[in-house]
Design a protein. Structure first.
Length: 141
């Protein structure tokens, strides 16, 4: 029988239930998830942090952006924040984690509900149009 990729650890820093939830010190799945979360927060923090400080200098040229520019960033930031927070609260065996998880699901739903109306929808629309053009023989030769 194959050994699982991430097995359970012995020892309990928080509670007895921690043993069933805690993974080994080296777990590629968990480490990839944490690295992706750090990358998400660092890439989202940069435009959200620098845009307001640049606003007075470039207000005539670019401006701060509109609702449509900011709502997508805020929703993705909310998904990441509530996801990591609900995971940490679940490991700490706190019941408030379920409430945070509910808000996490609300953010995920709003991400999918808002996606067709955002500027990022053109990424999918344009890709679909290019594939359709290629498959139907409409591309320029």
């Amino acid at each position: 029988m194959r050994k699982p990729l991430c097995s359970k650890a012995s020892g309990s820093p928080f509670s007895a239930r921690w043993q069933s939830k805690q993974l080994t010190p080296f777990c590629p799945i968990r480490d990839a998830r944490h690295s992706a979360t750090i990358a998400l927060f660092s890439r989202l923090w940069q435009p959200m942090h620098t845009a307001p400080s640049l606003a007075p200098a470039k207000a005539g040229k670019a401006g701060l952006g509109s609702y449509f520019d900011w709502i997508f960033l805020l929703i993705v930031f909310g998904v990441g924040t509530t996801g990591m927070l609900s995971w940490a609260l679940r490991l700490a065996d706190m019941n408030v984690g379920y409430t945070v998880y509910y808000f996490h699901l609300v953010f995920i739903w709003s991400l999918f509900a808002y996606a067709p109306y955002s500027k990022f929808a053109h990424l999918f629309y344009r890709t679909t149009a290019m594939v359709f053009s290629l498959r139907s023989g409409r591309e320029k030769k």
